[in-house]
Design a protein around this ligand. Structure first.
Ligand code: CUA
Length: 179
């Protein structure tokens, strides 16, 4: 095998490596543009020890709120081994902001069949903007191993049609009050 043959082989492998990288970059770009699959870039901190005592994530403030300006905010706590609240009610075809945090360990937050997918890290608020395209029930499992009860940690998202969407006087909507 001469010097030229070795050079040819090396160039061929280099071309394969470059093609593999180009393919990976293309998949990232195409999925982020067409499927809106992007890593969360929101950085906001919160004291994980005081979640239940005061502030945005006290129990009475969890769940879905239609704000005075009409925007929708959903607040969720991911804790070993449950999401609070256990069921989320959101409107179809409307911008929804999800805000999630954890008082204990790292959890995963994913709504099957949508672009909602993030990690929930204690000390940080994970925020996701999304639009649920179709009404129906969606499974929301924890997808980050968080302890022995990890497999039991899941919720349901009810995506409600316009006729099912009835905020109360405070703008609150829950799975129980949806009719
Ligand atoms: Cu929470 Cu796995």
């Amino acid at each position: 095998m001469g010097e030229q043959d070795i050079l040819k082989t090396e160039l061929r492998w280099a071309a394969i490596a470059v093609a593999a990288v180009a393919l990976i970059v293309a998949v990232i770009v195409i999925s982020s543009v067409t499927r809106m699959l992007q890593p969360p870039s929101h950085i906001e901190t919160i004291d994980p020890a005081g979640l239940h005592v005061s502030g945005e994530f006290i129990e009475s403030n969890l769940g879905t709120t239609q704000n005075p300006d009409g925007s929708i905010t959903v607040r969720v706590i991911a804790t070993q081994f449950a999401f609070v609240p256990h069921c989320l009610a959101v409107p179809v075809q409307q911008a929804v902001t999800l805000r999630v945090t954890s008082p204990d360990v790292i959890h995963g937050f994913l709504v099957a069949g949508t672009n909602v997918n993030t990690m929930v890290v204690p000390g940080y608020i994970s925020q996701i903007h999304t639009v649920f395209r179709n009404a129906g029930n969606y499974l929301m499992p924890c997808h980050e191993f968080c302890g022995l009860g990890h497999s039991e940690m899941w919720s349901i998202v009810h995506v409600l049609s316009r006729s099912e969407w009835h905020p109360d006087v405070n703008g609150r909507v829950s799975c129980e009050t949806r009719r």
